[in-house]
Design a protein around this ligand. Structure first.
Ligand code: IMP
Ligand code: MG
Length: 178
């Protein structure tokens, strides 16, 4: 195991189970209706890759890149949009794919932006949720696992752009960022 990881929160098998559960809920919600999946970069890339393979409706995929974190382990509250989707959302079922909801600042901004563009609906799916840290009111429509208030990395999630490639999700040792 990586020396900076205090403990494993979800191993490979546990991640796969959580992803399948989310996929099941999304499939049940949309049925045969087509969906535009908007993947929030970079943290959601592994989750999106695994989730999208389990969706049964016709799916198109696009990306947005949003950051609120800079190099620290707590949210700045400021959300920076550096890549936007170019697809016309009018009348579409939009599914936002996010790695983790923490303060909620990122997703509330993304949802507001997308809702203004005429989508038929905007739903949110997230692999992880840290509800204890919420600063703005926002809930995902589909959630993989609710986790305690600890900083986690791996399976796409980073600290200062590191650890994304770990095949598990682990709690980062506080010594790394304090
Ligand atoms: P929010 O705007 O505070 O909800 O933050 C959401 C974003 O912050 C996520 O998309 C992640 O990129 C990042 N983030 C929040 N918590 C963690 C964590 O525990 N580990 C890694 N990244 C996190
Ligand atoms: Mg991040």
């Amino acid at each position: 195991m990586n020396k900076d990881i205090k403990r494993v929160l979800l191993d490979k098998e546990e991640i796969a189970a959580a992803v399948s559960e989310v996929a099941g809920k999304v499939n049940e919600c949309f049925g045969e209706e087509p969906v535009l999946a908007i993947v929030i970069l970079k943290g959601s890339m592994f989750f999106a890759a695994d989730l999208l393979k389990e969706l049964k409706m016709p799916v198109t995929v696009d990306f947005m890149k949003v950051s609120s974190y800079g190099k620290g382990a707590t949210s700045s509250g400021m959300v920076n949009l550096s890549l936007d989707t170019e697809i016309d959302l009018t009348g579409l079922n939009v599914l936002i794919i996010e790695d983790i909801i923490d303060s909620g600042n990122t997703l509330s901004k993304v949802r507001m932006l997308l809702a203004q563009r005429g989508a038929k609906c905007v739903k949110i799916c997230t692999l992880l949720d840290k509800p204890d840290r919420r600063e703005v009111e926002i809930d995902a429509d589909f959630t993989g696992r609710v986790i305690p208030n600890e900083f986690v990395v791996g399976y796409g999630l980073d600290f200062a752009e590191k650890y994304r490639n770990l095949p598990y999700i682990g709690v980062l040792d506080e010594a790394v960022y304090s």
